[in-house]
Design a protein around this ligand. Structure first.
Ligand code: KIV
Ligand code: ZN
Length: 517
């Protein structure tokens, strides 16, 4: 066993286990491309995340390839792959993580009565499965995490029994998931305390907490679990995750930093990279951060009211318990003008957390110049918006060629659209109930599909009537959810591009899941 794989947290140190790429990516519509996953993993590794759960290797070839590549590229973090309690899953997870300098296999099974009903296993049969799966994982890898899924709704005696079996079989980390976000903070602390006190060998392993936010208590529950003895918090950037999401990394890390007086535990996260990570994950996942979100929301450091502004000018500590610089938020600056060059754009984007290749830079630079022609002042947020949906549009099946919309008080509105579908350009003119409806009708007539539009959302990026609009579109076809985003000073153009981006993602998803693919 290498020094790092032992990873037994010191009493005052809490390990940060980030599962943005696994539990976060499981969130419907948050699918990320291979390169996007690599980019996020690189940033997590760089900012001091102790363990990165990079994916679920058995789930698809794409997941496997991403985990394997993240493992190969990892520098400081332990790289973890998830697997069910089946030898085939565990082998696949090992095949992917074994390339890491510090690999970990994470295996789980649902232990609550509801989950035992689903698997049809008796309590005793499940004990055998747990013993065998952890033993199998431990024979492959000396760093094994085991999770009793739905632990917080598992009978106490049975939970004690299965955790003991997993420790005896060689698990080095025991994770206690609150899978449905049901627990309250006092219970969360007490559960971990009770397990550590009553299970023989508990002090030889690290206890972890994994909370979901269904009742808005994930952060409080995670911190309470640490008070109860847990020394690993599982979390995601921006709290991304299924339903109401997971514990937000930025919240637990900053809470431990700011309230270290009453929570005397530390992490090794470089908090000045939090904003970068938040922007990157929001852009890549298509899940915008709510304005009043703790730590990373647009308004988290904004002081609008007169009283607040007055206090802030006299002494920033009047209303600020942490400084914007602590999370890497520099004052939104008037960043660039139309004469700024490519190198300046690249460097500014890198400061904002985006690492871009030459081809992508070329495309973003063209769009930056177009924007600079139309908009007097370009702010950091404008550049972040430019990055939405900019991976490599020249590779897309559907591309917007031109759009003209005629509006007026007398409807209907008309859209004249030319779209490149594959290699051929096609044009159409349609009407609709409003300009956006007319444009969407036009796109649908050139690319007929049965996907249902279940979200259309517009945000102004900055102030002013020349502000860019960021549009998010979410669509569903046969249970598969895809999203598309785009930004433009023209809301109708941004809407068209976001809709087209969602359709391109749908085409990719269809190709990936086609029989034989
Ligand atoms: O929420 C949960 O129970 C999980 C497990 C797979 C750890 O994500
Ligand atoms: Zn989870």
């Amino acid at each position: 066993m290498t020094e790092m794989t032992k990873i037994t947290s010191k009493q005052d140190r809490v390990l940060i286990f980030d599962t943005t790429l696994r539990d976060g990516e499981q969130s419907p519509g948050a699918t990320m491309t291979h390169n996007e996953k690599l980019e996020i993993a690189e940033l997590l590794d760089d900012m001091g995340v102790d363990i990165i759960e990079a994916g679920f290797p058995i789930a698809s070839e794409g997941d496997f390839a991403a985990v394997a590549e993240i493992a190969r590229r990892s520098k400081n973090s332990v790289i973890c792959g998830l697997s069910r309690a089946k030898n085939g899953d565990i082998d696949r997870a090992w095949e992917a993580v074994k390339f890491a300098a510090q690999p970990r296999i994470h295996t789980f099974i649902g232990t609550s009565p509801l989950h035992r009903d689903i698997t049809g296993l008796s309590q005793d049969d499940m004990c055998d499965v747990i013993h065998n799966s952890v033993t199998h994982a431990r024979n492959l890898c000396d760093n094994v995490q085991w999770s009793p899924m739905d632990a917080t709704r598992t009978e106490e005696d049975y939970l004690l029994k299965v955790v003991e079996i997993a420790i005896k079989a060689g698990a080095t980390t025991i994770n206690i998931p609150d899978t449905v976000g049901y627990t309250a903070p006092a219970e969360s602390a007490e559960l971990i305390r009770m397990l550590i006190e009553r299970i023989p060998g508990a002090d030889e392993v690290v206890f972890a907490t994994h909370c979901h936010n269904d009742l808005g208590m994930a952060t409080a529950n995670s911190l309470a679990a640490v008070a109860g003895g847990a020394r690993q918090i599982e979390c995601t950037i921006n709290g991304l995750g299924e339903r109401a999401g997971n514990t937000a990394l930025e919240e637990v890390v900053m809470a431990l930093k700011v309230r270290n007086d009453i929570m005397p535990w530390t992490t090794r996260i470089d908090t000045t990279q939090i904003m970068k990570a938040s922007r990157l994950v929001a852009t890549v996942s298509g899940f915008p951060v709510q304005f009043n979100k703790a730590i990373v929301g647009k308004n988290a450091f904004a002081h609008e009211s007169g009283i607040h502004q007055d206090g802030m000018l006299k002494n920033a500590e009047t209303f600020e318990i942490m400084r914007p610089e602590d999370i890497g938020l520099t004052e939104t600056s008037l960043v660039m003008g139309k004469h700024s060059g490519r190198a300046a754009l690249r460097s500014k984007l890198e400061n904002l957390g985006f690492t871009i290749g030459d081809n992508q830079l070329k495309d973003v630079f063209v769009r930056f110049k177009e924007l600079a022609d139309r908009k007097k002042e370009i702010f950091d947020d404008d550049l972040v918006a430019l990055m939405t949906g900019s991976s490599d549009p020249s590779q897309d099946e559907l591309q917007l060629v031109s759009l003209r919309v005629v509006c007026g008080t007398e409807g209907p509105q008309t859209a004249a659209l030319t779209l490149r579908v594959g290699k051929a350009e096609q044009s159409v003119e349609t009407t609709g109930d409003g300009p956006v409806d007319a444009v969407f009708n036009a796109i649908k007539s050139l690319f007929p599909h049965s996907a249902r539009l279940n979200l259309y959302q517009v945000h102004a990026v900055t102030e002013g009537t020349d502000a860019q609009a960021t549009v998010s579109v979410r669509m569903e076809e046969n249970g598969k959810i895809v999203t598309g985003q785009s930004a433009d000073t023209d809301t109708v153009v941004a809407s068209a591009k976001a809709y087209i981006a969602a359709l391109n993602n749908l085409i990719t998803r269809r190709e990936k899941t086609a029989p034989g693919a």
